[in-house]
Design a binder for this molecule. Structure first.
Ligand code: FMN
Length: 401
């Protein structure tokens, strides 16, 4: 029987790109949480540049090459990955969709790509570990309460997180106008408009009523004196630590005892310091344009950093990746891996776990087909010669174990 589909909430098989997921997420997720994901700091110029600069890179089409067998499989930090993509750490993911971190981690695990849990997640480290079978990565914000941070590192180690991702670009916070206007603070102080907006998201509300996971799971009940929303508010307000410096990486690394990924590098000198201080991988990132507005796009910062340290540690990149083509552009400029933030959040907000899977499927397909158009069969052999307008010289060839 022919059943017409609703154009506002199409079935997943009618979703053909990440932009489709974004549009549905916008309809399903309450405005204050949708805005939280879909915005950058101040004028949002860096946020926009992340996507725009990727689009500037043009592919060199090659024809009449046997491309019948193609592979996008790769490795990130020695881990086999179905494509060189990991899910980036994102705070409040459990507010895009109930139990969001668990659903996203499960989708990533099934697809064969790494998942990173944020310090500021809704589901706790233990909760995500209890609902997955593979180790995931844990992202650490270093806070003033070092006792709490040490215990957090111990908790990540106890559930066998396979790497610790230390974010270095949030010692102070960039301002996002929409969050302030929406009252997205701790405790939340939503406007009347936001409360009315909730009434237009019945599915989100029902799912949220069904779950118990509605606060910062890694913090409440773990940080001293933080037992509810109002004590959490006081605690978070003063916790991000402006004294954080390179020497802190040593004790973090020693305490964790495993691989360390440094996140938030935009400068070649900082990249060299990351290597000097024992990082195993680094992420060229401007926090998705949410911190220093006016900083360069991640893709434009990438080549100089690959040039400086690409033969010493794995250099990854995030910011603005919305398609498999964008992944290929980053790999062409020397990244050994990429991370996606908003792209998977849109999938999650729109359709829950299946939306994250759909996002990954779409990107994998786009990557595979584009590889073929460029006359290539293995992503691990890709370099800047697949682009017509790569900046600078070809990055040195990378070797894979
Ligand atoms: C809603 C949201 C929350 C984020 N929260 C965190 C976080 O808790 N820790 C962190 O290191 N980065 C965080 N980020 C930055 C991402 O890890 C990543 O760098 C960024 O999303 C990449 O850009 P993209 O969203 O354009 O892919 C967040 C990004 C978004 C969009």
């Amino acid at each position: 029987m022919f059943l017409p589909t609703c154009p506002l909430f199409p079935p997943l098989n009618k979703i053909t790109c990440v932009e489709d997921l974004r549009r549905v997420a916008r309809r399903r997720v309450p405005r204050m949480f949708y805005d939280y994901a879909d915005s950058g700091s101040w004028t949002e110029s860096t946020y926009r540049a992340n996507e725009a600069d990727l689009q500037q890179l043009k592919f060199r089409q090659r024809v009449a090459v046997d491309i019948s067998h193609r592979s996008s499989r790769s490795q990130m930090l020695g881990q086999d990955v179905a494509l060189p993509v990991a899910l980036a750490p994102t705070g409040l993911t459990g507010m895009q969709h109930a139990d969001g971190e668990i659903l996203a981690a499960q989708a990533a695990e099934r697809f064969g790509v790494p998942f990173t849990l944020s310090t500021m997640s809704i589901c706790s480290i233990e909760d995500v570990a209890a609902h997955t079978t593979q180790p995931f990565w844990f992202q650490l914000y270093v806070m003033r309460d070092r006792d709490f941070i040490e215990r957090l590192i111990d908790r990540a180690r106890a559930v066998h997180c396979s790497a610790l991702m230390v974010t270095l670009d949030l010692q102070v916070m960039g301002q996002r106008h929409k969050d302030i206007k929406n009252g997205l603070s701790t405790p939340p102080s939503p406007t009347l408009g936001n409360l009315l907006n909730l009434a237009t998201k019945p599915r989100w509300c029902l799912e949220m009523l069904r779950t118990q996971r509605r606060t910062f799971g890694n913090i409440v009940g773990h940080a001293r004196g933080v037992s509810n929303m109002s004590s959490l508010a006081a605690w978070t307000a003063e916790q991000f630590d402006p004294t954080l410096n390179w020497s802190d990486l040593a004790w973090i690394k020693e305490r964790f005892g495993g691989k360390i990924i440094v996140k938030g590098i935009l400068d070649a000198d900082d990249a060299r310091l990351a290597v000097e201080h024992g990082a195993d991988a680094l992420i060229v990132s401007n926090h998705g344009g949410r911190q220093l507005d006016g900083a360069p796009s991640s893709i434009s910062a990438l080549p100089a950093i690959v040039e400086a340290v690409g033969d010493q540690i794995e250099v990854w990149m995030d910011g603005g990746i919305r398609s498999g083509q964008d992944i290929l552009r980053a790999i062409a400029l020397g990244a050994r891996g990429t991370l996606i933030g908003r792209a998977f959040l849109y999938g999650l907000g729109a359709y829950g776990g299946p939306g994250v899977t759909r996002c990954l499927e779409l990107m994998a397909k786009e990557l595979d087909i584009t590889l073929g158009f460029c006359g290539r069969t293995d992503i691990r052999d890709v370099d800047s010669s697949i682009l017509t307008n790569a900046p600078g010289a070809n990055p040195s060839p990378r070797t894979y174990a």
